[in-house]
Design a protein. Structure first.
Length: 353
């Protein structure tokens, strides 16, 4: 198969981790007889420097014209003082909205080799950590009106029934393919938007009688994720709650550097990115963990290109990397062999072959 992939290297550690993921894709292409063409796209701080805009229309168009988009990370201290609507992150938000990718899937699964890297007690980890956060990605407070007037600032949180319903259905369908438990997370004791969320979730539940739906307030959920993560199968939640809970969930699996994500909308053209940021403090030092990005590339193969065997090959190669005792700095522990970003990619590629 031939696939055209838009590649956004971005800022900070973005270029290093994306290079490793592309080399892994090339290895897969050679081995399985595919052709992957790459189109470079500027987005984030680097695009601000080049064009004065974090995502010029021409760059967005390259993404919309592709079969899928692979993204490293954007942002950094250098652009902290630019106005809010021109920040590097704004490029990412415009990309997500422009692609219409409303459904963000963030797995929180512990690799058995990394059980020691979890900050949770062994007795909790041993009960199992394997859940998915389905995060609404193009609505809510991220996309409501933002304004500052004098000494007062406002950010508007808006959801319509149809926006809730489409992500709610993805939550149910995701749970249906797994352990059939869906937890809808909101703040219905305070927010109108959450009361609407809860109402819509219960209305559509009738279409999924095989899935058990529960409700949880977001503050309680934050607590339950560290108290007993084994209770969760699929969590569905709005944009900002999903942002916060997915960082928390990643940490209990050992490192945010290990977690990929997929973002999909109505078409097969998806956006694939690790959930971590651009980590400017370690950028250019060959210290970053490229596994979250490599796993994101595997998700692209699985969900957008229907290449499950190839995706399995990448995931198995990562498992073999960990089995052999290799660790990047973020997941390093006693008795293991520490490797940098490049070497990590090389070993994973060798394991694929
Ligand atoms: C994420 C990030 C982004 C978000 C930032 C960089 C805008 O934290 O993907 O989780 O808040 O969605
Ligand atoms: Mg985040």
């Amino acid at each position: 198969m031939t696939k055209n992939i838009a590649v956004i290297r971005g800022d900070g550690i973005g270029p290093e981790i994306v290079s490793e993921a592309i080399s892994v894709l090339d290895t897969v292409a050679d081995l399985y007889g595919h052709t992957f063409n790459y189109t470079e796209v500027d987005m984030g701080g680097c695009a601000i420097d080049k064009y004065g805009d974090p995502l010029p229309e021409s760059e967005l168009k390259k993404c919309l014209d592709s079969d899928s988009v692979l993204l490293g990370a954007v942002g950094g201290n250098k652009w902290n003082d630019v106005p809010g609507n021109m920040r590097p992150e704004k490029g990412l938000l415009r990309l997500r909205a422009g692609m219409g990718v409303y459904s963000n899937n963030r797995p929180a699964k512990i690799w058995h080799q990394l059980a020691d890297a979890s900050p949770l007690k062994k007795s909790i980890v041993d009960k199992g950590i394997d859940f998915i956060i389905v995060r609404e990605l193009i609505g809510g407070i991220y996309f409501g009106e933002h304004k500052t007037e004098g000494d007062t600032a406002t950010d508007l949180l808006v959801y319509s029934e149809s926006e809730i319903e489409r992500i709610g259905r993805i939550g149910f369908e995701t749970a249906r393919k797994r352990r059939k438990k869906l937890c809808s997370v909101e703040k219905s004791n305070v927010l109108d938007s959450s009361r609407l969320w809860k109402k819509v979730m219960h209305r559509i539940a009738a279409d999924y009688p095989d899935v058990e739906l529960s409700d949880m307030l977001v503050d309680n959920c934050a607590m339950q994720i560290v108290k007993d993560p084994s209770q969760f199968d699929v969590i569905v939640t709005e944009n900002m709650f999903g942002d916060i809970l997915s960082d928390e969930a990643s940490q209990i699996t050992g490192s945010i550097g290990m977690i990929p994500s997929s973002s999909l909308g109505a078409s097969d053209c998806g956006l694939y990115e690790p959930i971590h940021g651009s980590a400017p403090d370690i950028a250019g030092k060959d210290k970053a963990n490229p596994i979250g990005t490599i796993l994101s590339a595997a998700m692209m193969l699985r969900f957008s290109f229907d290449m499950a065997i190839e995706a399995d090959a990448i995931e198995n190669a990562i498992s073999a990397f960990l089995d052999a005792g290799y660790r990047t700095a973020d997941i390093m522990s006693d008795g293991m062999t520490q490797v940098g970003c490049k070497r990590c990619g090389e070993i994973i590629r060798a394991n694929i072959k």
